[in-house]
Design a protein around this ligand. Structure first.
Ligand code: SF4
Length: 394
């Protein structure tokens, strides 16, 4: 049986942050109906191959703001999942938690409900940044949430930080990362602020009301953050992700290694190894589909072998360890170096210096322990080189 990942999209938030393009709504009146519909969706997949036949080793409650679910509601959903699917004994069950929803912090009860990993959406320990991002919580609330979760007994806590926020200085970012490492969560993700289409932030940018931070400052922030986290004992294992030894996110690693995943809830995406499908991004329509006993799938796309290879390549290169040629051959039936030689050439060949060394000699790809991976410069330019890879893959 394949070991797959299970994702639940909770589509409600207290407030819509100005930079966010994830599907969520602020009117929570349909929350209870959503939970019943989600349980129906779980039931429908129970008998539906191939997902019904998978064994799930990770479950992730994302959103939206899943911490708007009470521990009892989370427990109810987990028990529906346990009844419908085969799940492994050591399953990782993660839940995203917004510090602004956790005033009475029922952390112990989330633990009792079965959640064993919390991702606390901190974003910054600086109130100015948080106000700019229109987050509903303060830096003090974020810190309290982390401390309370630790006190309640969570031994696997992740936090997210955003850099390149307009107005943020290199010093401000450094204080942020230092504060994060002092609190010692097991996992830290750092993302640069992106300006997504259709968000109020992008509108403000177009109107000249905000100014992006310079590319050079963004680059310095990334390198400084990486260095500080590594100095504090965090392993850099994916472009934006760092973990204390033994605490990498199992769920996200499933995406990066090309494992199948089932996404439930409005707008959730799934991949069964050959094709992708995604649910309708509309809570009311989602409910209507399930009331009629239908899966709420908006569309699906069969992937060609070339598309599957490209996806495997792009996801694999996100990992600092890169792609193992033998595993690649087993999965795709092709030779990794032959497959990527045009791309390697276009990127200046393979660097001879150690990967992630700052002296990269202008090369973006290298080999490390026999694996093909990006150099430090390649990691910095990942988004841009994805397009080159798509064009040049043989
Ligand atoms: S809380 Fe999270 S999901 Fe909700 S709007 Fe803000 S960033 Fe988006």
């Amino acid at each position: 049986m394949n070991r797959a990942a299970l994702y639940i999209h909770f589509p409600f938030c207290k407030h819509k942050c100005n930079y966010c393009d994830f599907y969520s709504i602020t009117n929570q009146s349909l929350k209870l109906k959503y939970i019943s519909a989600l349980q129906k969706e779980i039931k429908l997949y129970e008998k539906n191959p191939p997902f019904g036949g998978f064994s799930f080793s990770t479950l992730y409650f994302g959103g939206g703001t899943p911490s708007l679910l009470s521990p009892q509601e989370v427990g109810k959903i987990i028990s529906s999942i346990r009844q419908a699917f085969h799940i492994t004994k050591d399953i990782e069950i993660s839940m995203e938690a917004n510090p602004g929803t956790l005033e009475s912090a029922p952390f112990e009860n989330y633990l009792k409900a079965g959640v064993n990993r919390l991702t606390i959406g901190t974003q910054s320990f600086n109130d100015r940044d948080l106000r700019f991002l229109t987050r509903i919580h303060s830096a003090a609330q974020a810190e309290n949430a982390i401390l309370s979760a630790q006190k309640a007994g969570f031994q696997n806590i992740g936090i997210d930080l955003i850099f390149a926020v307009p107005g943020q200085t290199l010093d401000g970012w450094e204080q942020n990362v230092r504060k994060a490492t002092e609190l010692k969560p097991q996992h830290i993700s750092m993302y640069s602020l992106t300006f997504e289409e259709g968000t109020p932030l992008t509108k403000a940018l177009r109107l000249g009301k905000v100014e992006k931070c310079s590319e050079e400052l963004e680059r310095q922030m990334y390198l400084l953050g990486k260095q500080l986290l590594q100095n504090a004992g965090y392993e850099h294992y994916e472009i934006s992700n760092f973990a204390l030894p033994g605490f990498r996110s199992h769920h996200n690693q499933k995406y990066w290694d090309g494992s199948p995943y089932l996404g439930l809830g409005p707008s959730a995406h799934s991949y069964n190894g050959q094709s992708r499908q995604w649910n309708i991004a509309d809570v009311s329509k989602y409910l209507q589909y399930l009331e009629k006993g239908n899966l709420p799938i908006e569309s699906e796309e069969k992937m060609s072998r070339e598309q599957q290879k490209l996806e495997l390549l792009l996801l694999g290169l996100r990992r600092v360890e890169g792609i193992n040629p033998e595993q690649w051959e087993k999965r795709t039936g092709s030779d990794l170096v032959n497959q990527t030689q045009k791309a390697i050439k276009k990127m200046g060949g393979l660097a001879k210096t150690a990967s992630f060394s700052p002296s990269f000699e202008d090369k973006l790809l290298t080999t490390k322990n026999g694996n093909l991976c990006l150099t430090q410069e390649g990691l910095l330019l990942y988004d841009t080189i994805c397009m080159d890879l798509a064009e040049t893959i043989a």
